[in-house]
Design a protein around this ligand. Structure first.
Ligand SMILES: Cc1cc2nc3c(=O)[nH]c(=O)nc-3n(C[C@H](O)[C@H](O)[C@H](O)COP(=O)(O)OP(=O)(O)OC[C@H]3O[C@@H](n4cnc5c(N)ncnc54)[C@H](O)[C@@H]3O)c2cc1C
Length: 475
């Protein structure tokens, strides 16, 4: 029997499949599209996701095809400099189209032995105590021990489970067009800057080769939100705001997005779980959605693998919901706040001016960027050292870099004392005896997702923590 069926071959599903494969789990990815769409909703990757790629040895591939920018403007488009002191080795945004991210993640998943079946749409689902049965559109039935819905915001898996998706519907809609224009870049930039003085939901971003991604407020909310706008509708809205459509031509992609904000009530229903957009939707402001999905997968992968391989301690798989649901709650909240700050109404514009002034304080600016980039995430692992529950940043060791030692997705004891032992867990946890000038803790136990599970130097204390994350010792 298949161990895990992953429904959806977007960024979340691909990342999850790879994480499971690192632990030898038999994974099948079902993707309804016969071919990649080539569309790129997301254009960027934030710090924590860049770190995740580094932790799995993928950084070079991503850096080779992306561009690094240390520019502000990610909080509600308020233009402030990138903060000076971000606690990371990767203090930048990686501009990389989603289509390339998906291509690189597909390569990685395939290299690790993932089977990806395209043109396979899941339409039915049932489960009992032991297994899940998935039904495909062509009538095929597949059985697996677990199934994860990574099938996007309109998730079939979520609907079939009957999991509630409370929140707000779209009230404000934006049209998106990737087009070429007939005016010089300076003219376009000057007009856009003028319009943005009053309408910050209007914008144009150069994508290279003379193509711009233009966004413009729609006229109300479309009845059929899944239908793309016509090119004429798009140009007409651009004219309403800019007084010209810049001679826009050769549209390469037309779409619409809203500000619907919803969060799945639960991430786990028996043997079926939800991750990525299937579990949460929110407006694209701040560019967080793809990142959130990749990080869901990074949290879930090793826990589900532990369950499949039989060493998961009680409650480990449920901690996926406990840890990730609050993170999504926070992202939904910050996108709600940013949506208010984009309103052209006088009240929100005053609040925007005030937030802008506050962001001149370096600490405020940094706090907001830590939120958007997700390096501020701290799982609630109880009282303790300030690192507990946070991801550890990459640090230099005598033998190289910490993240270079994490490619296999195992736990890691970083031991600066040389007196500790993980005997009994050596098949799941690496013991690295080394020192770092950048780290002032004697020892730290890192989970496979790089979050700190323990900080101390006491062997007895360590022995009490190892089973909590890595199950029983083997002799
Ligand atoms: C305009 C716009 C700009 C954005 N910009 C950013 C950004 O800069 N940064 C960022 O982080 N995020 C951004 N996002 C959000 C980002 O695109 C999504 O959050 C991301 O794609 C979610 O990934 P996912 O894998 O969870 O879902 P998806 O990418 O939606 O993938 C789901 C996959 O499941 C497949 N599928 C669906 N149903 C089935 C089924 N029944 N059976 C089999 N397969 C199925 C689909 O074909 C699809 O391939 C943006 C979104 C928009 C709209």
């Amino acid at each position: 029997m298949i161990d895990v069926i992953v429904v959806g071959g977007g960024p979340t599903g691909l990342m999850l499949a790879s994480e499971l494969r690192l632990h030898g789990v038999h994974v099948l990815v079902l993707e309804k599209e016969a071919e990649p769409t080539g569309q790129s909703r997301a254009l960027g990757m934030h710090v924590r996701s860049v770190e995740v790629m580094d932790q799995r040895g993928l950084l070079e591939r991503f850096l080779a095809l992306g561009e690094q920018f240390a520019v502000g403007g990610f909080f509600a488009g308020i233009a402030k400099p990138w903060p000076d002191r971000l606690d990371t080795a990767h203090s930048y945004v990686l501009a990389i189209p989603q289509s390339i991210t998906e291509r690189l993640l597909t390569e990685h998943a395939t290299e690790l032995g993932t089977e990806i079946r395209r043109g396979c749409e899941l339409v039915g689902l049932s489960q009992d105590e032991h297994e899940v049965t998935a039904e495909l559109a062509d009538g095929t039935q597949l059985r697996s021990r677990y199934l994860v819905g990574c099938d996007g915001g309109r998730s079939t898996v979520r609907k079939l489970l009957g999991v509630g998706f409370p929140g707000e519907p779209t009230r404000v809609e934006t049209l998106l067009g990737e087009v070429e224009v007939a005016v010089p870049p300076e003219t376009l930039a000057a007009v856009v800057a003028e319009v943005r003085k009053t309408h910050v939901r209007f914008g144009a971003m150069p994508l290279g080769d003379g193509v711009y991604r233009m966004i413009v407020p729609a006229d109300g909310v479309a009845e059929d939100r899944a239908a793309a706008p016509t090119f004429e509708e798009f140009r007409q809205r651009v004219r309403v705001f800019a007084g010209t459509d810049f001679g826009a031509h050769s549209p390469r992609w037309l779409s619409r997005f809203g500000d619907a904000t919803r969060l799945a009530e639960r991430y786990r229903t028996g043997r079926v779980l939800l991750a990525g957009d299937a579990a949460h939707i929110h407006p694209p402001t701040g560019g967080q959605g793809l990142n959130l999905g990749i990080q869901d997968a990074f949290n879930l992968g090793w826990k589900l693998a532990a369950e499949v391989r039989g060493w998961a301690p009680e409650g480990l798989l449920d901690s996926y919901h406990t840890e990730r649901h609050p993170v999504a709650t926070d992202v939904l909240d910050n996108t709600r706040a940013m949506t208010e700050l984009l309103s052209p109404e006088p009240g929100p514009r005053s609040v925007r001016r005030l937030v802008s002034e506050l962001m001149d304080f370096e600490d405020v600016n940094r706090y907001l960027i830590e939120k958007i980039t997700a390096i501020g995430v701290r799982y609630d692992l109880g009282e303790g050292h300030e690192l507990l529950g946070r991801r550890m940043r990459d640090v230099g060791l005598k033998r190289g870099r910490l993240y270079e030692l994490m490619h296999g997705g195992r736990g890691l004891l970083l031991d600066q004392t040389g007196r500790l032992s993980v005997a009994g867990w050596a098949d799941r946890v690496d013991h690295v005896v080394d020192v770092s000038e950048e780290l002032d803790v004697p020892a730290a136990l890192l989970r496979p997702d790089g979050h700190v599970a323990w900080v101390s130097e006491d062997q007895q204390d360590l022995l009490s923590q190892l089973p909590k994350w890595f199950g029983a010792a083997v002799s």
